[in-house]
Write a new protein. Structure first.
Length: 58
């Protein structure tokens, strides 16, 4: 199983994506602009990381 999975994507030249860590469930926002990019945890309105329940393959 892959460690990160992409669950959302918007845009083509400067994409904004949401990735989920399959081990922790933490959501991350990734943004690319030209030759640079960055990833940071996605936070809710209280400043806590957004966590998605992930089914583990047995």
């Amino acid at each position: 199983m892959k460690r990160f999975i992409k669950i959302y994507s918007q845009g083509t030249l400067e994409p904004m994506e949401i990735w989920v860590d399959t081990e922790t469930g933490v959501n991350y926002v990734f943004h690319k602009c030209a030759n640079a990019g960055g990833m940071t945890p996605l936070l809710d309105q209280d400043g806590k990381p957004v966590v998605t329940l992930v089914k583990q393959e047995l």
